[in-house]
Design a protein around this ligand. Structure first.
Ligand SMILES: Cc1cc2nc3c(=O)[nH]c(=O)nc-3n(C[C@H](O)[C@H](O)[C@H](O)COP(=O)(O)OP(=O)(O)OC[C@H]3O[C@@H](n4cnc5c(N)ncnc54)[C@H](O)[C@@H]3O)c2cc1C
Length: 444
């Protein structure tokens, strides 16, 4: 694709620098580019798999508005953590560091907060198929998007009804589904054993059939359209007189007219350099891929009892899920893979395949499960877009558009109050000041 013609007037202004080239970063970069801005996207990853946007389940999960912190979690947690078959893990040496975040996270496991979180998530993820069609329009990435149902598989109706609150919230927010039971379930997807008697199919969803290739195609399009991509780690944000002026990398300083921090689970490390601590933890997840599988589900299928999604993808079946808290240095281990494998065996006994591949990565998880999409209050020119926990692929296209609007000075057509970073700042006065970093923002 040819580069856009250069505009000498805008070439004088330093580019907008987007820090982090996962799905949120690339969506932000493309929407900024379409608004006529010069953009430099910087990413530190040494391999494509070093980011959640590569290894996720690929579901455009519009109806996934509910947090992990559903009511009742607290009571179930000890059993979950001690049972090796349950795919929720804590790396125990990391517990002291995790604890302040975990206490705040668990404090949201009540109905009022769950309803508030779901209402905040719906505008970010609720129209994700259209959002991604718009993002990928005119790019080779379009070929990876497939409209589909999103299925949820239960042992029986009692298991389905255990999540009555979740289903009623989805209904209130306008999501539609069909429940298939017994023979109807078998007709709907005959693949699963009779021990799974109920399949709920949520309508009007979508799927990315190869998340890594989708991201790579979007990045190639961004570069072909005149964008600059740099492989480097941003170690600091340069600023003068209360305004961001550039970013610092081991390769030198780069001028910027604005900086967007979209570095996923690593974002708090970047904001911390500005004296801003934001309570986002790395919530690691795992995937197993079965290449040339003997069977494929018709649609991406969530198995709540095993906390994983079976996702039919190009050339392979991906089983993705699990939750592990061990910080950003957690490199993964066998137990979560084994739990995932046992879950797959239960749902697809007799699955055969040519080869198995394994991956783990970090979801960015804020204490209240709501992403941060905002401008930093105390330093002009710094924008934040991270914390999309389990639905960052889904919400990336919308988030990128909102951030591009904010950076361009137009008012996004959404109330951004729920996503503001000031919610983590306690009672402090949020008035913009010139002495930005003299004070530490509260948190964690
Ligand atoms: C197992 C699993 C299954 C999932 N399934 C789904 C799903 O089906 N649907 C869905 O919507 N979501 C899913 N998710 C969640 C989703 O993948 C994430 O929310 C999303 O990818 C986060 O995107 P991101 O761009 O914020 O972060 P990332 O994809 O992690 O990208 C952040 C980037 O920032 C870069 N970076 C970090 N620090 C710096 C720095 N200082 N300088 C330069 N670069 C830096 C990193 O190298 C990285 O490339 C899943 C996640 C997991 C783990």
């Amino acid at each position: 694709m040819p580069s856009e013609p250069r505009n000498p007037a805008t070439d004088q202004i330093p580019p907008v620098v987007v820090v982090g080239g996962g799905m949120v970063g690339i969506a932000t970069a493309i929407w900024l580019q379409r608004a006529g801005r010069r953009v430099t996207l910087i990413d530190k990853a040494d391999a494509p798999g070093d980011r959640a946007s590569f290894g996720n389940a690929g579901v455009l999960a519009s109806s996934s508005v509910l947090p992990v912190t559903m009511p009742g979690l607290l009571g179930k947690l000890p059993k979950m953590l001690l049972n090796p078959s349950d795919p929720i893990f804590v790396r125990w040496p990391y517990l002291p560091k995790l604890l302040p975040w975990a206490l705040r996270y668990l404090s949201h496991a009540n109905e009022a907060d769950v309803r508030r979180i779901a209402s905040a998530m719906a505008p970010i993820v609720g129209n994700s198929l259209d959002d991604h069609l718009a993002l990928s329009e005119g790019t080779p990435a379009r070929r990876h998007i497939k409209p589909c149902d999103f299925a949820v598989l239960f042992k029986d109706r009692a298991a389905f009804e255990k999540d009555a609150l979740g289903w009623s919230i989805r209904k209130d927010l306008g999501f539609r589904w069909t429940e298939h039971e017994g023979a109807a379930r078998a007709a709907c997807d005959p693949l699963f054993p009779d021990s799974f008697d109920l399949l709920a199919t949520l309508h009007d969803h979508g799927q990315i059939t190869d998340p890594g290739a989708y991201l790579a195609d979007l990045r190639d399009h961004f570069v072909a359209s005149g964008g600059t991509f740099l492989h480097a780690e941003v170690t600091d944000i340069a600023h003068e007189n209360g305004r961001a002026t550039g970013v610092v990398t081991p390769r030198g300083r780069l001028d910027a007219s604005a900086v967007a921090i979209t570095a996923g689970a690593w974002s708090p490390l970047v904001t911390k350099k500005l004296g801003v601590k934001i309570p986002v933890e790395a919530e690691s997840g795992y995937h197993l891929e079965f290449w040339e599988p003997s069977v494929m589900p018709k649609a991406p299928t969530l198995v709540p009892s095993g906390k994983f999604i079976l996702s039919p993808m190009a050339g392979r079946l991906r089983a993705a899920g699990g939750v592990e808290f061990g910080g950003l240095n957690n490199k993964g281990r066998g137990a979560p893979f084994e739990a995932l494998k046992r879950g797959v065996d239960r749902v697809l006994p007799g699955l055969r395949f040519a080869k198995e591949t394994r991956w783990m990565g970090h979801r960015p998880a804020p204490t209240d499960s709501i992403p941060i999409i905002d401008q930093l209050p105390d330093l002009d020119g710094v924008y934040l877009g991270f914390g999309h926990q389990h639905v960052g692929l889904t919400g990336s296209a919308r988030t990128g558009r909102i951030l591009a609007d904010m950076i361009g000075g137009s008012i996004p057509n959404i109330d951004i109050t729920p996503y503001r970073v000031s919610r983590f700042m306690g009672e402090r006065n949020h008035t913009r000041t010139q002495s930005a970093h003299a004070r530490q923002m509260e948190v964690c």
